[in-house]
Ligand binder design. Sequence first.
Ligand SMILES: [Zn+2]
Length: 483
Amino acid sequence: MSRQKSRIRLLVLLCAALACALPARADKIVLKNGRQIIAYNVREDGDKVRYETSAGELSLPKSIVDHIEKGGLMPMAQSPAAAAASLNLAPPMAEPSADAPGIDQAAVHDGTVDRAYIAKMETDANAGSGGAKAKAVLAHHAAAQFELAHGDLEHALADERTALTFAPEQPVLLMNVAYLYLKNSEFKQSLDYLEKAKRFAPDNADVYKLEGWSYYGMNKQAQAVEAWKKALALRPDADTQAALDKALKDKAEEDSYRENESAHFQLKYNGASEPALARDVLRTLEMHFEAISSELGYTPPEPIGVVLYTQQGFADITQAPGWVGALNDGRIRVPVQGLTSVNSELSRVLKHELTHSFIGQKTRGRAPTWIQEGLAQWMEGKRSDENAAVLVQVYDNGQAASLGNLEGSWMGLPAEVVHYAYAWSLANVEYIVETQGMGDMERILGRIAEGASTEQAVRDVLHGGYGDLMQSTAGYLKKSYGR
Ligand SMILES: [Zn+2]
């Protein structure tokens, strides 16, 4: 922990040197009508609230602002899939019942899973009695819980599924397998197991709670709402209630929206925006869809949701485009107030966000942030030129951020570090694409989709780990952009 802290502090110092082309810290302005605006450098000034957007400074009357949430960085899109997968939900219940004390300790001890012991339990179970089967179930279940606690979803799933083979009608095991699939963003499989669990435990609130999350991850809000309502009817639960409230609020907001669609997109837009703009956005998205699809050799199977926000009522105040709040949380959300057609900057933003959708679907939500942001920037047309010199200097000083530290959410990083993270991520992706080819990037994404860690995927495709990749990237920057 403290080592990470000092590394970040080091980065902050370094990043002060970076040309900061990216917007800095984002604050959230929450209006009395419930709408939220993500903006930069929000501050109160008399009876106004002033804030910055890429289009310059804007202001709102303070009387319509409920409160301001300071801090935070660029909203890192968290998709419903990611939200569902990272749900803060305890695995459903404790132990599959069996009268066999000590099995847990025998299956997992000294910080590791005792495979020999578990194999013996399995042999006994296959040989015979119901009692032996119950022990094998407990042993595998204990191993699965241990692996889950250590972030090893793959083995946890394998163990829990093996446990299930010895007790295929145990609701607790069915729900645990469903839970693990859910954590792994495999929502369809999760639902299959929940369907079975329902047969044996039709009145279990946790089944419906998990079902709601699976539907939510699949972007099926109506079914999620239905499942959570059932869960709450069976048992009051604060997590479920909060999830239901949020889903209902989203739904109410969007029910007033108009819809339009094209081959690959479902577009919703506020009644106040121009139908011509909606058509133009769809046309632009279809164009980018074809381009990204042929670059990545991949076509997302699911239609992509897009929501255009006009923040109605502020069109008069925001007489300029202000899409700083564009984000991709499973759907592409773009504020477009003041626009009547797609200009080049909006087009870039759409392509960037669309790239996130492609990567998300291709890797089932497993891509690390540095690849997501690096590739999205590359696709929108950004290159490393303006940052190359500083990135090289940071690298040569031995102070480059390891890509391993840029895999997770960047939410908690200081703004300066985020600038650096964007630039460094772009540089590494740019190196891969420009020198190894997009085919290699495609293969890396493919390996990640199969469950490999990102560094392993990089190693499999580029035959070197993060250290090698970063070194090559620094070399590439020197060569391509001079010093
Ligand atoms: Zn992005």
